[in-house]
Design a binder for this molecule. Structure first.
Ligand code: ADP
Ligand code: MG
Length: 500
């Protein structure tokens, strides 16, 4: 495995960047980790808080099986060791958004152990080779509440809606070596979570937050001291954090200073990080097993059920699109990038195969090319996403069938698509109404060809004298005379035979 060659040029030579990411992913479930309160985003403050979430005395937490199931499925999706025996620990600290005075987490015996994720080579992004990034663990824990300061000059507000919501903390190995690799890791993880359905991956709503650990070293040296920048909430910000933090560390070290292990904050307005507090070690939190909770013990039937419920995952789907369906690497990557896209494509593929009475593999290229170059382009102009497409996969399949059967040409299909988007009418209806059917009738085309050749005697002479590039001129003239509706293949054949 060759490492990417991302380097920071310092006064004393080149520096390598080492990155490890801890990602908090909010588990998709209707209720919280240890209570039945709702978890919906955007509710009025403190409307989704039970006595347990508010940490009233005497309340007892009860684990939510659905949250455990989602974390196990996520672990399976990254090929991780699933620990049939795990346990919850208390992480003790005081903060105004934490009414219990401790967070229930898993330090010593996490639910999910060692796994990994593969990021694809992307020359343009500076990732020369496919690379496997190690994932150390996934543990399940409670989220804290939210504080809002400065809403009023002298007030702070506490919203406990998020208090007790289930999080998966997904901890990578320090395996990434450039901002691009870290960006690709976050994107890939988000894709996997969305496929699995265990987290919605909406970073802007805080359902996926990233703690970015960065250190620098001279290539080949031991790891340097790292800093941790908390709660970075977009892929771009993760990359900016690394860029800024690595350069800052190089400046500090080369200026004769030392990196202190600390927690930092990213400021999206300036693209810089600043110190928040010195970093605590695990022992500062006085972790101990939560006495209110029994260890989690999973049986084989439960694990089987989790595994059986997994969908086809991104890597497998991509490989199948390339192998079984014969799509290009690029198209396979585009179509598997998110759940909406592959859902639409697979519906289109099924409908297209049925409409043309062919196997999916026979129409996959047609469907993929059309979706990527025609529909994506049209939706782009309308400023709409695929989920908001005004035409359905069924309607699109009807259009593709008209092309597949030679009823209309590819260029006429573009016109038909535009009219479909404007009017909402079906492709067949439009082709009939506007008289757009492709002419394959040899007689009609021959008549036009003869007229054109007669009117352009000089060019025919030149063509026969060796100026073969004129062939295109004759095709163009014929298509024009046929108002774009002649079958191009038939036109070519007739012209060839006439021109000898
Ligand atoms: P903690 O639990 O105190 O945050 P961990 O040892 O669990 O510490 O590591 C947290 C994260 O920091 C992991 O994602 C790990 O990959 C990353 N990490 C550890 N050492 C380094 C380092 N020297 N440089 C960059 N990242 C690191
Ligand atoms: Mg940490």
């Amino acid at each position: 495995m060759t490492e990417s060659t991302y380097r920071i040029q310092g006064a004393t030579g080149d520096w390598e960047v080492v990155i490890g990411l801890e990602i908090h992913a909010q588990v998709t479930s209707n209720s919280k980790l240890f209570s039945s309160s709702a978890t919906a985003f955007g509710a009025e403050p403190n409307t989704q808080v039970s006595l347990i979430d508010a940490a009233m005395p005497g309340m007892l937490p009860v684990p939510n099986g659905e949250c455990i199931r989602q974390a196990v499925r996520t672990g399976m999706a990254i090929d991780a060791q699933i620990n049939k025996w795990s346990r919850f620990d208390r992480k003790n600290y005081f903060y105004a958004d934490l009414p219990q005075g401790y967070q229930i987490s898993q330090l010593y015996h996490p639910l999910v152990g060692e796994g990994s994720l593969t990021i694809e080579a992307d020359e343009k992004a500076g990732i020369p080779e496919t690379k496997v990034i190690g994932i150390e663990r996934i543990h399940v824990e409670q989220d804290a509440g939210k504080l809002m300061h400065d809403q009023h000059p002298t007030m702070s507000y506490v919203d406990l809606n998020r208090s007790g919501v289930a999080l998966m903390e997904i901890v990578s190995r320090p395996d990434m070596r450039s901002p691009a690799e870290a960006g690709a890791y976050v994107s890939k993880l988000r894709t996997i979570l969305r496929y699995v359905g265990s987290c919605d991956g909406n970073m802007d709503q805080g359902s996926m937050r990233c703690d970015v650990n960065v250190s620098v070293r001279k290539p080949g040296d031991e790891f340097g001291t790292r800093t941790e920048t908390k709660n970075v909430n977009s892929v771009r910000f993760v990359m900016q954090t690394i860029e800024h933090e690595a350069n800052r560390q190089v400046d500090v070290i080369e200026g004769g200073g030392k990196i202190v292990q600390e927690t930092r904050l990213f400021d999206p307005n300036t693209g810089t990080t600043r110190s928040m507090r010195s970093k605590e070690d695990a022992h500062d939190y006085r972790y101990f097993p939560d006495p209110d909770l029994l260890p989690l013990e999973l049986d084989d039937a439960f694990l089987e059920e989790c595994r059986a419920s997994l969908p086809e995952l991104p890597d497998a789907k991509r490989a199948r699109y390339e192998g079984e369906l014969g799509l290009s690497t690029y198209n396979a990557a585009v179509l598997t990038a998110d759940v909406d896209t592959f859902g639409w494509f697979e519906a289109l593929l099924a409908e297209t195969a049925t409409a043309q009475g062919k196997a999916p593999a026979e129409v996959a290229k047609q469907a993929a090319n059309w979706l990527i170059s025609e529909l994506f382009g049209a939706l782009n102009k309308l400023g709409r996403s695929l989920a908001e497409s005004p035409i359905s996969p069924q309607q699109a399949a009807e259009l593709l069938a008209l092309v597949g059967k030679g009823t209309i040409s590819g260029s006429i299909a573009k016109q038909v698509l535009e009219i479909m988007l404007e009017t909402g009418d079906g492709a067949g209806v439009i082709v009939e109404r506007e008289g757009l059917k492709q002419e394959s009738d040899t007689g009609a085309i021959e008549a036009k060809v003869d007229e054109i050749l007669a009117a352009n005697g000089d060019k025919v002479e030149q063509y026969r004298g060796g100026k073969v590039a004129l062939f295109g001129f004759f095709v163009g003239q014929t298509m024009k005379a046929m108002q774009g509706k002649a079958n191009p293949q038939v036109v070519n054949e007739i012209l060839k035979s006439r021109l000898g």
